[in-house]
Design a protein around this ligand. Structure first.
Ligand SMILES: [Zn+2]
Length: 248
């Protein structure tokens, strides 16, 4: 027993001597010292310390793309007669997107700009009342959404009508559009991103466009290479806020 007791004593000495020493920190409540839990009364709240973003026009989560200073080029076809309706259906040329979608588009443009290109926007948010005009002009659901056949209470998708889709192409440093499979709103087989009759240059350009847009969270449908939907965001209700509301 005495031998065991000696061994036990040696063991205890060894473990206490080798273990990393744990000392109580200063101000530890366990040490009986006071701990400051409330900030000083004169501290400025965080909300007031951040300046408001007054320069970005925002309505119902939609923002004006020109306010983002992202270097987008604008050519809003529906604000001109150069579209399939043959007349302007937008009273003003204002490009608007849902804020989160706009931020993703900005990411894509940063990538394009590093390669010497910029996004040229043909269409963005489209009010439901304008959607009705387009449907009346071209009632073909392969290319135009029927506003009376889309859900109004749930089951929304990323569309122009909630500012989560954009029609676009690319321009070079001189503002010249890159060769693509077709022009805007070409409702023929030429609008397909994989149209077999396109030139090698157009194929290369459209594949580049799609790959960068996909990396930023967008997808293009099989029949409109210029249309990109934001597939990262949660679809929100379709809106009928007139574009004029986004003017100053
Ligand atoms: Zn589109």
């Amino acid at each position: 027993m005495k031998f065991i007791a000696v061994l036990l004593g040696l063991y205890l000495l060894a473990t206490v001597g080798c273990s990393p020493g744990k000392t109580l920190p200063e101000g530890d409540p366990a040490a009986g010292e006071p701990v400051l839990e409330q900030p000083p009364p004169d501290e400025v709240p965080v909300e007031e310390a951040v300046p408001p973003e007054e320069t970005v026009k925002e309505i119902e989560g939609l923002v004006r793309l020109a306010d983002l200073n992202a270097g987008f080029i604008f050519d809003l076809k529906y604000a001109t007669a150069d579209n399939f309706v043959g007349k302007a259906v937008y009273p003003v040329a204002v490009a608007v997107l849902k804020k989160e979608t706009a931020e993703r588009l900005l990411q894509a443009n940063t990538i394009f700009q590093a390669d010497g290109y910029s996004i040229k926007i043909w269409d963005a948010y489209r009010p439901l009342s304008v959607q009705r005009l387009l449907w009346q002009a071209y009632p073909d659901s392969r290319y135009v959404i029927n506003p009376d056949a889309i859900p109004t209470t749930a089951g929304w998708k990323a569309r122009h009508n909630n500012g989560m889709a954009v029609d676009m192409t690319l321009v070079d440093a001189n503002g010249n559009e890159l060769l693509m499979p077709s022009g805007f709103d070409d409702f023929s087989e030429k609008g397909a991103p994989d149209y077999p009759g396109m030139s090698e240059e157009a194929h290369r350009n459209v594949q580049y466009l799609i790959s960068v847009m996909e990396s930023a969270g967008f997808r293009t449908p099989p029949n409109e290479w210029w249309h990109f939907s934001d597939v990262m965001g949660t679809p929100t209700p379709y809106l009928d806020i007139p574009l004029e509301a986004f003017l100053d």
